[in-house]
Ligand binder design. Structure first.
Ligand code: SF4
Length: 415
């Protein structure tokens, strides 16, 4: 059992903070995840990784990621969780050696052959068992310990009750999903996409077939609802924002956020929200007051309804989107701050989505509380007055009375 807290100067403090592990689909997202508070980031390599649709990292990208992460005492985990076919075997040893030489902290693996050779090669990096293997019980974790694995990423299907038992006895580090999309099937066990679109979910090609719209028949009779909303098997997204304290008290080693395909805005919002919540809880666990502001912040980036996943038990129909539209609008990411002139109250920005004079913007940051302003004055790079910002990535200047910081982000308030 992990000892998570200690009395310091008469006050209980959490001494075993969980790692906050974020996803990144490219270097820009990786750097933002770290700047916004991730302790570690997982990325897919070009080789031997799932999520072939995510913009995966070359070895040079991984090297740059490791160098950047070190400046923040953060860690890089690389997914090597492909299920190997016979023709995938070539080059695997050389690839693992390169990752080790670059200095990645861990590889995430699913195929027993990669587990075996990673240990035989006496690499410095840790070997983590991928969630693709659906590890849901202590005996399986003990088995992976015997195999020399350093960490097990649990399946999303582990309930809180089972997690309590697991954390009491787990002989290796345990990583648990706290936020992200859910599969309608057990993770890693779904063939829907393979069958309907010939895209292999277990090789990173999932076409999200569960989220398509279907006409539902019962004995030749169409049973779509009266309002003609088609049927979908899509699950709500999972968020354990209301249970972070309980998970910290169990001593879970790593909290995982899912979503290497997600946007920069999503990653910054989700990572900074959990960072602030974890830090606030750990600082004063006995007097921590949960409040709605954390959930409200997450909802600004969520494009599906949220649920507790398997935390309490198997999800019911209330955790699914059977007859519901699964997308809802989020606040739009419109700018990233590059610099701020404190004398003229002028922020140099990089435009990300359309906005105009008169729009209300919310600035969020890992370093200060959110602040709001209305766009009154906007200039192009030549300092000429303009009314609209409609060229993505264009450098512009905008008047913001309160001081903002480089890498703060602005979202348009639309609800
Ligand atoms: S089709 Fe749906 S349930 Fe199946 S792997 Fe893809 S996202 Fe998961």
């Amino acid at each position: 059992m992990r000892n998570v807290s200690q009395i310091i100067n008469g006050k209980r403090k959490i001494i075993k903070k969980p790692e906050l592990l974020a996803p990144a689909g490219n270097l820009e997202k990786l750097k933002v995840a770290i700047m916004y508070g991730a302790d570690a980031v997982f990325v897919g390599g070009k080789e031997f990784s799932l999520r072939s649709q995510a913009s995966n990292f070359t070895l040079d990208d991984i090297k740059e990621a490791v160098i950047f992460a070190k400046q923040y005492h953060a860690h890089i985990h690389v997914t090597c969780n492909i299920i190997l076919h016979q023709d995938n075997l070539e080059g695997i040893k050389e690839y693992l050696q390169c990752l080790d030489d670059i200095g990645v902290t861990a590889i995430i693996v699913a195929d027993p052959y990669i587990m075996k050779i990673a240990k035989e090669m006496n690499l410095h990096l840790e070997v983590h068992v991928s969630t693709q293997l659906s590890t849901l019980n202590l005996k399986a974790i003990e088995f992976y310990k015997e195999m020399g694995m350093d960490r097990v990423v649990l399946g999303r299907e582990v309930t809180y009750e089972d997690l309590k038992t697991i954390m009491h006895y787990a002989p290796v580090d345990v990583e648990y999903f706290i936020h992200g999309a859910m599969c309608i099937h057990y993770s890693g066990r779904c063939m829907l996409s393979n069958y309907l679109s010939r895209r292999d979910a277990n090789r990173g090609g999932c076409s999200q077939s569960c989220r398509w719209y279907y006409d539902l028949y019962e004995n030749d009779m169409l049973v779509n609802r009266e309002d003609d909303m088609p049927f979908s098997m899509s699950s709500k997204d999972m968020s354990l924002i209301d249970h972070i304290g309980e998970l910290i008290e169990l001593g879970v080693d790593s909290f995982k956020i899912e979503g290497r395909m997600k946007s920069l805005h999503y990653i910054a919002t989700v990572v900074s929200t959990y960072r602030k919540l974890i830090d606030a809880y750990c600082d004063d666990p006995d007097y921590f007051q949960p409040d709605e502001s954390y959930r409200d912040e997450l909802l600004k980036a969520a494009n599906r309804a949220l649920c507790h996943g398997f935390f309490y038990d198997h999800p019911t129909k209330d955790e699914q989107l059977f007859f519901l539209r699964d997308e809802h609008p989020t606040q739009e990411f419109v700018m990233r701050i590059l610099d701020y002139d404190t004398q003229n109250h002028l922020a140099k920005i990089e435009q990300r989505n359309y906005f105009k004079v008169g729009d209300k913007i919310e600035i969020f940051s890992p370093h200060h509380p959110n602040l709001f302003f209305t766009v009154k004055k906007l200039y192009n790079e030549d300092r000429e007055i303009i009314e609209v910002a409609n060229h993505p990535m264009e450098v512009l200047y905008v008047q913001i009375d309160e001081e903002v910081l480089p890498n703060d982000m602005g979202r348009k308030v639309i609800r």
